[in-house]
Design a protein. Structure first.
Lengths: 336, 502
């Protein structure tokens, strides 16, 4: 039994198992407390409401996996919403082209950040912090005020309900789920994905093993930029506005979700389904508070803060436990 | 004899101000285990780095199987068939064993990585090396020894013709080493050319067929192991003729140790680092630890300073048995330790000379106890005078001093704590001859005048012979001899290192 437990703790999915378990417990508690929690639509709403956060978290997870970080995601999202709203309201650019333009913006901006970080070997924290201020500022330059999106096609798109039998989800949620799926496949089953993990594990080893470190790092920040822009689309589908303060602090929510989902900030360890549950846990807590009715939404932050703390300590514990196990196994192999 | 696999001719490599390699030749044949020998700084690793594309060569030719090659990166060298396994394993601890072997060359199915094939082939490959482990576990589940075998497996799978093993055994124990050797011999039988670098003479004689010796970036020669006695090998490495080794200035002004024992260590050892060392150090004695680099000199000193806990034996100070669990405990017993690499472990460049001198005292007294500025000034000035440190003022930043003067400041730092045992690990490395002599004299003077015990560790034999009243000779992490008085001579030290082979 103890051996089995040891194996579980040492397994790379331990964090994931704990996160899923936590989600299930929270949800069960919700069902027991409030009748409304039983409705399948409550569960589906988690995806609808958090579509943008899920997409951003996927992007930021890539950067965390290589031991980097991207603080610009929330600001890029805001900028993309703003540009989209501007294009749809004040120009005759069709919806498809407008979306294409902001996606390319995200890609270009991410690639630029990645290139600067990698080429000059700079701290991603500082470069993406600069990127965050830049984008946030640029958003305000385009418009200080809220620009509402009234484009009929876009409004139609925003209110589209995709029926699943027991309930419905939004277009944004579908985009989020597709993003998750693609990210999981890329990270698990492509050379690029595995190189991301290798860089996070040990960058100098990765380059000595002949892996394309430079290219991969730039790609990772490009992906993060792309995801931020895509999240911008999902976000605007909910808000139907462009506004300077959209997605404020979202980068932190995304980092928190990723870490709760089992990503190590030191890089090299992370699991895409885990990040999903990281986001869902935050969503469930918020739902709880909505059902309760009198509590402030800020309680979500308090609970998430506490959870984050617990998870970080747990990760430290796992790492320590693992090193103990490996020294034990080396002794065993020596005594053979 | 196998056919020539690799030929390096007239290799030159110049770094700013240093000629690291000058017209070095090196030949490796198929099915040969070839050792590169030389003291530190002799150019072994530079030669390897030139071969593996880490440094470009400045002159000479490298031909492999008759064709000239110009590897510019480790990857290009790998493509030529040259793989290296370093002492610190260059793999990713967070990936699985199988992935570490195949990453970058993963077999794919429909464009996606074929994990089944990877795991299967990895297990097979490791099986041929007699390593049967779960390849789906992450690398950090396994010991360094196993990780090294995994690194070798990766190299083999890249279809390497030449395998370079750089200090592969330094963190392995006896049994793990034998296991590694078995694999290396197996690869040799398959016709691979292997370059083996190690500080352990025994292992070289156990495993290798040929030895190429370098000294100061120049080729001394290439020899068959069978025809080269160990003593000759050491003489060639240090550049002395065995018969001509005479000691010029013996014991002219050495200190006279008293009969009082300050510290005695009985059968101390630490797992994987030191096996069995016995020593007694008297008051007023200058005790030397001699031996080649990697023989365990520094590690023994570290045990006495409590850097690592001892796993066997006991240490007595002034006749009382003590548990030196950390350096602080050792400092309380008035032991001071000047580490080997002053850049890393010693000086704090942005602090002044005075602040650097006060540091150890402050650490000993605890950070809450303030040492009055006046007292600091007095201590600093005393030290500067005593050791004749050349500074413009006591407030000069230490990073602006020469290496020799930095070393003196570090010694001063420890003298300020008024130790009874001062451990100097390579205090004269990389400093000019004049300052070297001064430091040697200072060590003797401290023992003579203050009755301090000094442990002196150095790679330069002349220096040891001149300074020490007793020498502990170490080899392969064991004490192999103790030389006193008239026995102290370079020749005897070499004999002891060679294991009485002469």
């Amino acid at each position: 039994m103890k051996h089995y437990l040891n194996q579980l703790v040492a397994s790379q999915y331990f964090s994931f198992v704990v996160t899923v378990l936590l989600f299930v417990i929270l949800y069960a508690a919700g069902i027991m407390t409030y009748k409304g929690f039983m409705r399948p639509q409550v569960f589906l709403n988690l995806f609808i409401d958090n579509a943008a956060l899920i997409i951003v978290t996927v992007g930021i997870t890539f950067t965390l996996l290589i031991g980097g970080i991207d603080l610009s995601v929330g600001a890029v999202l805001a900028l993309c919403c703003m540009v989209l709203a501007y294009l749809l309201e004040f120009t005759t650019v069709p919806v498809g082209l407008a979306i294409l333009i902001i996606l390319l913006m995200g890609i270009g901006f991410g690639a630029l950040q990645g290139y600067i970080i990698t080429k000059f070997d700079l701290q991603p924290f500082i470069i993406t912090l600069a990127g965050m201020f830049f984008c946030r500022g640029l958003t305000a330059v385009i418009s200080r005020d809220t620009i509402s999106i009234t484009n009929p096609f876009y409004v139609e798109l925003a209110s589209t309900r995709i029926q699943l039998g027991v309930g419905f989800i939004s277009v944004g949620a579908v985009i989020a789920l597709l993003t998750l799926l693609i990210a999981a496949i890329v990270l698990g089953y492509t050379k690029f994905g595995r190189t991301v993990f290798a860089i996070g594990g040990n960058e100098s080893s990765a380059s000595l093993m002949g892996l394309p470190v430079f290219r991969t790092k730039v790609m990772v920040y490009t992906i993060s930029g792309f995801c931020s822009a895509l999240a911008g689309v999902a976000y605007s589908l909910i808000m139907l506005t462009g506004y300077n303060l959209h997605g404020l602090g979202m980068e932190m929510d995304a980092i928190a979700s990723s870490v709760i989902g089992g990503t190590l900030l030191t890089g090299g360890v992370g699991f895409i389904p885990g990040t999903l549950f990281g986001v869902l846990i935050q969503g469930v807590i918020l739902t709880f508070i909505t059902f309760q009715g009198t509590l402030s939404a800020w309680w979500t932050k308090i609970v998430v803060g506490a959870l984050l703390c617990v998870f970080i300590v747990m990760q430290a514990f796992i790492t320590e436990h693992k090193s103990k196990l490996s020294s034990k196994s080396s002794m065993e192999s020596a005594s053979k | 004899m196998g056919k020539v696999l690799l030929e390096m001719r007239q290799i030159d490599k110049v770094f700013p101000g240093v000629r690291a390699l000058s017209k070095v030749d090196f030949t490796l044949r198929e099915g040969e285990i070839h050792s590169l020998m030389g003291e530190n700084g002799a150019g072994k690793s530079t030669l390897v780095k030139v071969l593996t594309g880490v440094y470009p060569r400045d002159g000479g030719t490298v031909t492999m199987e008759g064709k000239e090659i110009f590897p510019r990166t480790p990857k290009e060298a790998q493509e030529c068939g040259i793989s290296t396994v370093y002492q610190e394993v260059n793999l990713c601890a967070n990936l699985t064993v199988a992935e570490n072997i195949f990453i970058g060359r993963e077999p794919r199915k429909y464009g996606f990585i074929d994990w089944k094939t990877i795991n299967h082939r990895a297990a097979e490959l490791l099986h041929t090396l007699n390593v049967d482990i779960d390849v789906t576990k992450t690398l950090d589940h396994y010991s360094v020894a196993i990780q090294q075998m995994i690194a070798i497996a990766r190299s083999i799978d890249v279809s390497a013709k030449i395998l370079i093993l750089d200090e592969p055994t330094s963190s392995l124990d006896e049994e793990e080493t034998q296991r590694l050797f078995k694999i290396v011999r197996k690869l040799k039988d398959q016709g691979m050319g292997i370059i083996f670098i190690s500080h352990f003479l025994e292992q070289i004689y156990d495993l290798c067929d040929r030895i190429t010796i370098l000294r100061n970036g120049e080729l001394v020669g290439a020899y068959d192991v069978a025809t080269l006695p160990k003593l000759d090998l050491i003489a060639k490495m240090v550049g002395k003729d065995v018969s001509a080794v005479r000691d010029m200035e013996v014991a002219a002004e050495k200190s006279q140790p008293s009969d009082e024992v300050f510290l005695s260590a009985e059968h101390i050892g630490a797992t994987g680092q030191i096996f069995d060392v016995d020593l007694k150090i008297h008051k007023g004695e200058v005790l030397g630890f001699a031996g080649l680099l990697g023989s365990g000199r520094t590690e023994t000193a570290e045990l006495l300073f409590g850097v690592h806990p001892i796993s066997q034996g006991e240490i007595k100070i002034n006749g009382k048995k003590l548990d030196l669990k950390d350096p602080m405990t050792a400092m309380e017993q008035k032991i001071a330790f000047c580490p080997e690499d002053r850049k890393v472990a010693g000086i704090i460049g942005d602090l002044s000379v005075r602040e650097n001198i006060i540091l150890a005292m402050q650490a000993k007294d605890g950070i809450l106890k303030h040492i009055p500025y006046k007292e600091q000034v007095k201590i600093a000035d005393d030290c500067i005078k005593l050791l004749s440190i050349k500074v413009s003022s006591r407030e000069q930043l230490i990073k602006n001093l020469s290496g020799g003067n930095q070393q003196k400041v570090i010694i001063a730092r420890w003298l300020a704590t008024q130790p009874e045992l001062l451990i100097l690990d390579e205090p004269t490395r990389g400093i000019d001859v004049g300052t070297k002599t001064e430091i040697q004299k200072m060590a003797v003077a401290l023992a003579k005048k203050r009755g301090m015990s000094v442990i002196f560790i150095s790679s330069e034999m002349d220096e040891m012979v001149r300074t020490c009243t007793k020498l502990i000779v170490m080899r392969d992490r064991r004490k192999v001899a103790e030389l006193e008085n008239d026995e102290i001579s370079s020749e005897n030290v070499m004999k002891a290192i060679a294991g009485g082979a002469a």
